[in-house]
Design a protein around this ligand. Structure first.
Ligand SMILES: [Zn+2]
Length: 174
């Protein structure tokens, strides 16, 4: 099931999320819905707070061409970050059509629990490294625009407020 994606500004996008204590069938369904929602958008990552659930769960698939490689991460934790930085033009499904360069560690080692309850550890590089850090930020109530200067951030926030007003007035036109 495709779930509606919250648009910034929304208080639910600013809240630190709770750890998942047990992976229940409901949470597995949520992860499946999040992947479906992400692929439909289309996007390469989605965090539970973006669909209004303040739990530590993210999904990703950064493969552009080729067979899909969905990854479901409960309680993801960054164990190590490279000193080397890389810059990507980031976007966010909660901030549609807005992009800005963000500098982050080029590689990170992440530990998480998968949908079967198994602990996974993987080193991510390239776009995967940027994506996993962007999504984990969501779990801490942080958005990519929080890395920008105040003027740029305010400009984007105003555009999003306008977009939300337009959508509220005319919900058919998305
Ligand atoms: Zn995002």
């Amino acid at each position: 099931m495709i779930r509606p994606i919250l648009i910034h500004p929304d208080p639910r996008l600013k809240k630190p999320c709770e750890p998942v204590a047990e992976i229940t069938p409901d949470l597995r369904q949520l992860a499946a819905d999040m992947l479906e929602t992400m692929y439909a958008a289309p996007g390469i990552g989605l965090a539970a707070p973006q669909v209004g659930v303040t739990k530590r769960l993210i999904v990703m698939d950064c493969i552009k061409n080729g067979p899909p490689e969905p990854v479901v991460l409960f309680n993801p934790e960054i164990l190590w970050s490279a000193e080397e930085l890389s810059v990507y033009d980031e976007g966010c499904l909660s901030i549609p059509d807005q992009y800005a360069e963000v500098e982050r560690p080029a590689e990170v080692k992440v530990r998480w629990t998968d949908a079967d309850g198994a602990v996974q550890v993987r080193q991510f590089g390239g776009i995967w490294a940027t994506c996993v850090q962007h999504e984990i930020d969501h779990l801490n109530g942080k958005l990519f625009i929080d890395y920008l200067g105040p003027l740029k951030r305010q400009m984007i926030t105003r555009k999003m407020q306008k977009l939300k007003r337009e959508r509220a007035r005319d919900p058919e036109r998305e």
